[in-house]
Design a protein around this ligand. Sequence first.
Ligand SMILES: [Zn+2]
Length: 359
Amino acid sequence: MKRTITHLADGRELIYFDRRDDADRSAIDRRALEPRPVASELRYDPLTEEWIAIAGHRQTRTFLPTGGTAECPLCPSSETRSSEIPSYDYDVVVFENRFPSFSTNFGTYEDPGGLSEVRPAVGRCEVVCFTSDHDSSFSKLSDSQVELVMEAWADRTAELSQIEGVEQVFCFENRGAEIGITLAHPHGQIYAYPYVTPRTKLQLGAARRYTKGNLFADVLAAERQAGVRVVAANELWTAFVPAAARWPFEVHLYPHRQVPDLAALTEAERAAFAPLYTSVLRAFDGLFGVVMPYIAAWHQAPVRVDRELGYLHLELFSIRRAANKLKYLAGSESAMGAFVNDVLPEEAARMIRSQIDHK
Ligand SMILES: [Zn+2]
């Protein structure tokens, strides 16, 4: 594997991850780009004890260009067109988001008054292109390509954890127009947050109060023993529908060994994840014979606290509940955080399991 760091015309970092050591990554970005926007502001909600990033500049970002590969900023550049990636081809590439919610490029922030505090949204947002093939998808990647993506995730997790003020690194993929993606090219994102996210805080709080062992490890062991919600497994990973799934189709993938983050996985664990995960993604697409919109979210331990409590896992879920029906977050979920799921988790597991192709 070869890793090459370069910079885009406006100073943003771009990193190539190549399978071949002789890949030529000398191409230069010659576009005339606007200066980078200053970091968003963080405002504190004293009622929920949560930080909200207010990112006014993101309204101007590129929204679903219609020209396919001819306009796609994530396709490689060509002789006639410059995209975000200067090279004419790539394996996996990561670069800083042009319209980041979090960055280290501070502006000035006025006190909003009330009981809220304000501070700069320090951190970093990166884009990960999973393949140079515009029409591919994560489910179609070869095992070795998935392993290269995992190397990139692990590398970024380790590096972003070093930024002063960063408390948690989140690697994720939004897929499908129904989820609200703004670009069709297969890609994911990485957020380095200046706080521990609300959901991680909740999970770690529960894990801290649980005294019989590690809560995540015990959930995994119990699901493996019950078996009824397990959809696929191999020697090093298990994929199961959680007993109290919030989403119509939701699968959690856990390594059998407790590790805090992606950087702590062994080569063997990365290799074992690839075929298992893509088989679950293909099973998702097989459920209704239409592309499943989904969110795939890596839960990693915070950077500075609770490293021994955290347990790396991937939470994958879709908002599609039938061929032509989507689950919308309406009153109960959006206003109260109280989920109502219309699909029995055991039935969802049976349906997903029946679509696993064991390729
Ligand atoms: Zn593209």
